[in-house]
Design a protein. Structure first.
Length: 113
């Protein structure tokens, strides 16, 4: 199982970014998949997760600003991030759980004031 996340970058506060994550080596449609983030000096935390049926769970800190979606044909999961805040700065990871958790390498999002 391999996950490759991309789409991070530097953006000003109030701006938007769209993260993407491609999964290979797994029957993608069978498993929920999520986005996590880890800010400097902090623990990794759940940002958003999407079920196999497409229902999503969002952290309170991103509700109303972020949205998660998936494309089972392309084996992709997306995180649309709007109204970004400085505190959203972190490395963002995608994760899929099968026999164990599989993590992508992460993509850095930096939000400047």
């Amino acid at each position: 199982v391999q996950l490759q996340a991309f789409g991070g970058g530097l953006v000003q506060a109030g701006g938007s970014l769209r993260l993407s994550c491609h999964a290979s080596g797994v029957n993608f449609r069978l498993y929920p998949i999520g986005w996590y983030r880890q800010a400097p000096g902090k623990q990794r935390e759940l940002v958003a997760e999407i079920s196999t049926e497409g229902s999503s769970t969002l952290a309170d800190s991103v509700k109303g600003r972020f949205a998660i979606s998936r494309d089972n044909v392309r084996r992709m999961v997306y995180l649309q991030m709007n109204s970004l805040k400085v505190e959203d700065t972190a490395v963002y990871y995608c994760k899929i759980s099968r026999d164990r958790d599989y993590w992508g390498r992460g993509t850095l999002v930096t939000v400047s004031s």
